[in-house]
Ligand binder design. Structure first.
Ligand code: S3P
Length: 164
C-alpha cells in the first residue's frame, strides 16, 4: 500500500486519485471509509463524540487498510498522531509526505466548512500550530517528501512514480 500523508488541504486525495489511476491501482480514502462505517460525516462525529473517539475509529481503519497490498491510500491529516498508525503505514508499505506550508493550505481551505479542526476564530494560527506539531511526525513516518507549493498535480504524480 502506498500512503499519502500531510496537512488537510495538501492534496492527498487529488494527487492520490490521479496517481492510482496512473498505476492502475485501487484508490482508497481512509476518511471516506471511516464515514461509511460511522454512517455520518466526520464533522458530525467529532461534534458528538469528540476527537479521541474519532482517533480510535481511525486507528482501527488504518490498521485494516494498511494490510492491503495493492493500492493508494489517502489518509486524514491527523493520522500521524497515533504511534500505531505511524508504524503500520511505514512498515507495511511506502509513505509519501506531501509537504505544504500552513499559509498555502490556508489559501486553499479558507472557504471549506468540512474540516472540524479549522472551524475556529483563527484558522491560520490553528494551521501553524498543527504544522509545528505534525511536520516532524510526517517526516518521521514518510519514506520520502514532496513539496506541493509549485508543481501541478500531474508533475507531483510523475515525481512519486520516479521515487518509488
Ligand atoms: C483531520 C483531517 C481530516 C479528517 C479529520 C481530522 C486532522 O482529513 O481526518 O477531520 O486532524 O487534520 P483531511 O486531511 O483529509 O482534511
Amino acid at each position: 500500500m502506498i500512503a499519502l500523508i500531510g496537512l488537510p488541504g495538501s492534496g492527498k486525495s487529488t494527487v492520490g486519485r490521479q496517481f492510482a489511476r496512473r498505476l492502475g491501482l485501487p484508490f482508497l480514502d481512509s476518511d471516506h471509509v471511516i464515514e461509511q462505517r460511522l454512517g455520518c460525516s466526520i464533522r458530525e462525529f467529532f461534534e458528538r463524540e469528540g476527537e479521541a473517539a474519532f482517533r480510535d475509529v481511525e486507528e482501527s481503519v488504518i490498521d485494516e487498510l494498511s494490510q492491503q497490498h495493492e493500492g493508494v491510500l489517502s489518509t486524514g491529516g491527523g493520522v500521524v498522531l497515533r504511534p500505531a498508525n505511524r508504524v503500520h503505514l511505514r512498515e507495511r508499505g511506502k509513505v509519501v509526505y506531501l509537504r505544504s506550508s500552513p499559509e498555502e493550505v490556508f489559501r486553499r481551505l479558507r472557504h471549506d466548512q468540512s474540516r472540524p479542526l479549522l472551524q475556529v476564530a483563527d484558522p491560520l494560527g490553528r494551521l501553524r500550530d498543527l504544522y509545528a506539531e505534525r511536520d516532524p511526525l510526517y517526516r518521521e513516518t514518510a519514506h520520502f517528501l514532496l513539496e506541493t507549493g509549485r508543481p501541478s498535480v500531474a508533475t507531483l504524480v510523475n515525481m512519486i512514480v520516479m521515487q518509488l
